[in-house]
Design a protein around this ligand. Structure first.
Ligand SMILES: *[C@@H]1O[C@H](CO)[C@@H](O)[C@H](O)[C@H]1NC(C)=O
Ligand SMILES: *[C@@H]1O[C@H](CO)[C@@H](O)[C@H](O)[C@H]1NC(C)=O
Length: 374
């Protein structure tokens, strides 16, 4: 009985994998995803009120969750890499114990395969990354969990992608296969803050019941690496699907808090090219801030000194006025304070040069915004 169950499970897994690979039963096109249901006789692909994937992830519209994920990944050799037509797939087998664990998932799920999509299938605030990797896991009952990892263009190369890209020549045509060594531990470099939601396979038969986890911070890859993969698989992203009442959870990894906010900024400026350029911009900005701070501190010091001298002068003047002042002192003091303040104000208005410059600049920026609005 147990053996039979095992056989059924294995069979189910095979069918599932066959369904997931594009090399399987039907020829579907990313130019006409609305026809997948018909072309592949896959009714789930054309339902709009279900739990389909991918989706647009909106960080501000997520629900916090406390469940961390623990990918237990490593390096493996002799892995089969195959051009599946619409994707490049790296298959893992039972000999690797790579898996992902989380209280949100219940049972441990083992890595079955990973594959790529260009551009990303999930979007963040409506914006695509150039590449998304899907690490597909399953538990003993074939419940799927997919970890999505974005790649952003950078001056850095990704060792993980390189092991795939190195075989590009052997993977040019559908059905081409190669062997590769791959170190999946690079995934943890992205930090483990993630979004999760219940979804589906993003290819026919669009089966639902998939636990999606998408890392919030992208990994980095060179333009050449991303180009090499895109050259083989082409446009391979299913359009984002309606959320249809589902809620998206967000887990923020403590150590990756800063990292994930960086990633959000990166997502906002999805087109911005390099870390180097933004780092330079950041350095220049802090330089400007420093200069402003020095100017302000100097101004403040001068103001205090001038104010002090004036106050001294006024006090001496008041003292020389004698007893008469004695009764009027509070008011006079008040007045002197007011005068001092006025002087302070005067000091600041002495620096009208700066104000004028600012005005000139403001004028300039008005011109700019006029240009923008026209
Ligand atoms: C949905 O998919 C089925 C396949 O079962 C297909 O026959 C049907 O035409 C599709 N419906 C729509 C509205 O596209
Ligand atoms: C399974 O993977 C290991 C490496 O992880 C490899 O050595 C072995 O040849 C693979 N076996 C099959 C049947 O693909």
């Amino acid at each position: 009985m147990k053996q039979m169950m095992k056989t059924f499970a294995a069979l189910g897994m095979l069918l599932l994998l066959a369904g997931m690979g594009s090399a399987a039963s039907c020829e579907y096109s990313y130019d006409a995803p609305e026809e997948w249901g018909t072309v592949c006789n896959a009714p789930l692909c054309n339902q709009t009120m279900g739990a389909q994937s991918p989706i647009d992830l909106m960080p501000t519209a997520t629900v916090a969750t406390a469940a961390a994920i623990h990918p237990i990944y490593g390096s493996a050799s002799g892995l089969e890499v195959e051009n599946k037509g619409h994707t490049i797939q790296v298959s893992y087998n039972a000999s690797t114990m790579f898996r992902i664990e989380s209280t949100a998932l219940g049972a441990t799920r083992k890595v079955l395969q990973l594959h790529f999509h260009t551009p990303s299938e999930h979007t963040v605030n409506g914006m695509h990354y150039p590449l998304e990797m899907h690490v597909v896991h399953a538990d003993a009952s074939n419940n799927l969990a997919v970890l999505g990892i974005f790649f952003e263009t950078s001056s850095m190369t990704s060792p993980l992608l390189q092991s795939v890209v190195a075989n590009a020549d052997d993977l040019a045509a559908k059905g081409d296969k190669a062997m590769a060594s791959l170190d999946l531990t690079e995934v943890s470099k992205a930090g483990l803050s993630y979004w999760s939601y219940p979804g589906s396979l993003t290819t026919p038969p669009c089966s639902e019941g998939v636990s999606w986890m998408v890392l919030q911070s992208p990994l980095k890859a060179s333009q050449a690496q991303i180009d090499a993969i895109e050259a083989i698989i082409g446009k391979s992203n299913r359009p984002t699907q309606p959320l249809a009442g589902r809620s998206v959870s967000s887990y923020r990894a403590p150590a990756a808090a800063a990292m994930s906010s960086n990633s959000m900024a990166a997502a906002m400026a999805a087109d911005s090219d390099d870390d180097d350029s933004s780092a330079t911009a950041g350095a220049a900005l802090s330089g400007v801030n420093l200069a402003l701070l020095v100017i302000m501190m100097t101004g403040l010091t001068v103001a205090v000194v001038v104010f002090g001298i004036r106050l001294q002068y006024i006090t001496r003047l008041l003292l020389s006025l004698g007893a008469e002042v004695e009764t009027a002192k509070p008011a006079a003091a008040k007045k002197s304070k007011g005068k001092g303040k006025k002087k302070g104000t005067l000091f600041w208005s002495d620096s009208t040069d700066t104000d004028e410059a600012t005005d000139a600049r403001t004028g300039l920026s008005y011109d700019e915004s006029d240009e923008e609005s026209s």
